[in-house]
Design a protein around this ligand. Structure first.
Ligand code: PLP
Length: 366
């Protein structure tokens, strides 16, 4: 019996494991687990990847986003957040003391919905590169923000190495947050990276991550927290960066194959040849009400599907206490209509064949 095609796997090469073990030994032998050489290497390599001047390694993507909002001084004002995103995006906005203002969004942020949701106190906007997909309207969104004095912050938690026309995720806004959580394309188990071109934001972020402490030991400027990344975590990130170009090439080959070879008339495949994808997720959509049928069909044919991005929009997350407002039809439609096909760097050509074949054989309903 053939084995199932997994939705994704976390996998490290033998070289990455050897290098990580060597770095771990060196850190343990030195006794210096506090942010040091590995943090510095990770930050320098990641800033270079994004094409910005500064990166700050922190304890999570959520922390990176909260620190970015705090560094941009957005506490007490309205910050636009997409209705379709991870709970963590809104959580960071709330914890930074901002007032979350939802705008309608599906896989992509929608400029008309952003304009419609904007209230007089809005001074910040978060866009989320869901699954590592970059919206073709990002330049227009950045222009809109510039025209209205709104600070643009990217939640690039899924978008390591993604780019639109050669411009990297994380380089469109005043600051961006990446997650290095266990399931991400680049991972430190737990961790995050804040990137920016602004030396003021970069300097403050380093202060925030270490309890707001100044060099002289005074906590006199900002109210920070324990948002540091340990050297052991940073070492795991460092060892994966040299292999990232090969990973990106492979996942983009898989994305292209899915986009070209899935030919089912009832299955839509969002794909933009101008985008280099991170390969965090691969999304397809069907008519509302048929998603579970496609999922069951794929499972019955040995193809596992990954968790959606996202199946419950933020206005239906009770802990946030956000009202359903004017309604968020894009987010609702997307939540009920999308599915994430298998996607990770180790997917074989034969497994891609099996996924394509299973999707194309779905009976569907017109
Ligand atoms: C869109 C988005 N933003 C933020 C986060 C938070 O990242 P972390 O779990 O590293 O705090 C996640 C986590 O998966 C995410 O998916």
């Amino acid at each position: 019996m053939t084995s199932e095609v997994p939705a994704y796997r976390v996998w490290f090469s033998a070289e990455e494991i050897d290098e990580f073990v060597a770095r771990t030994r060196a850190v343990l032998a030195s006794g210096a687990l506090v942010p040091g050489a590995n943090n510095g290497e990770l930050e320098a390599a990641f800033a270079a990847l994004v094409g910005v001047r500064y990166a700050t390694a922190v304890s999570s993507g959520t922390a990176a986003l909260e620190i970015a909002l705090r560094c941009l001084d957005l506490g007490g004002v309205g910050v636009l957040v997409p209705a379709n995103t991870n709970f963590a995006t809104a959580e960071a906005v709330v914890r930074a003391g901002c007032r979350p203002v939802l705008y309608d969004a599906d896989l992509y942020p929608d400029l008309a919905s952003i304009e419609a949701a904007r209230t007089p106190d809005v001074a910040g906007l978060v866009v989320v590169h869901i699954g590592g997909y970059l919206a073709p309207t990002l330049p227009q969104i950045a222009e809109f923000c510039a025209a209205h004095g709104i600070r643009l912050v990217e939640d690039a938690s899924h978008a390591h190495g993604a780019a639109w026309r050669g411009r990297a995720a994380g380089s469109f806004g005043a600051a961006a947050a990446f997650s290095m959580f266990a399931t991400k394309v680049l991972t430190t188990g737990e961790g995050g990276l804040l990137v920016t071109d602004d030396p003021g934001v970069a300097g403050l972020s380093r202060r925030y991550r270490d309890q707001g402490k100044a060099d002289d030991g005074l906590h006199n400027v900002v109210f920070g927290s324990a948002w540091r990344m340990s050297e052991l975590h940073a070492a795991l990130g460092v060892v994966q960066l040299p292999g990232l170009p090969v990973v990106l090439e492979r996942v983009n080959t898989i994305v292209e194959r899915y986009a070209m070879e899935i030919s089912h008339p009832l299955v839509a495949v969002p794909y933009d040849p101008e985008v280099r994808y991170s390969g965090h997720k691969f999304v397809v959509t069907v008519a509302a009400g048929q998603r579970d049928e496609l999922r069951d069909h794929l499972h019955a044919h040995g193809v596992r599907t990954a968790k959606g991005v996202y199946e419950v929009p933020l206005h239906r997350q009770p802990a946030l206490g956000l009202s359903a407002g004017p309604g968020y039809p894009r987010a609702e439609r997307f939540a009920a209509a999308h599915l994430c096909l298998p996607m990770w760097k180790g997917l074989t050509d034969g497994e891609v064949d099996r996924v394509v074949d299973a999707v194309n054989r779905w009976p569907g309903r017109r």
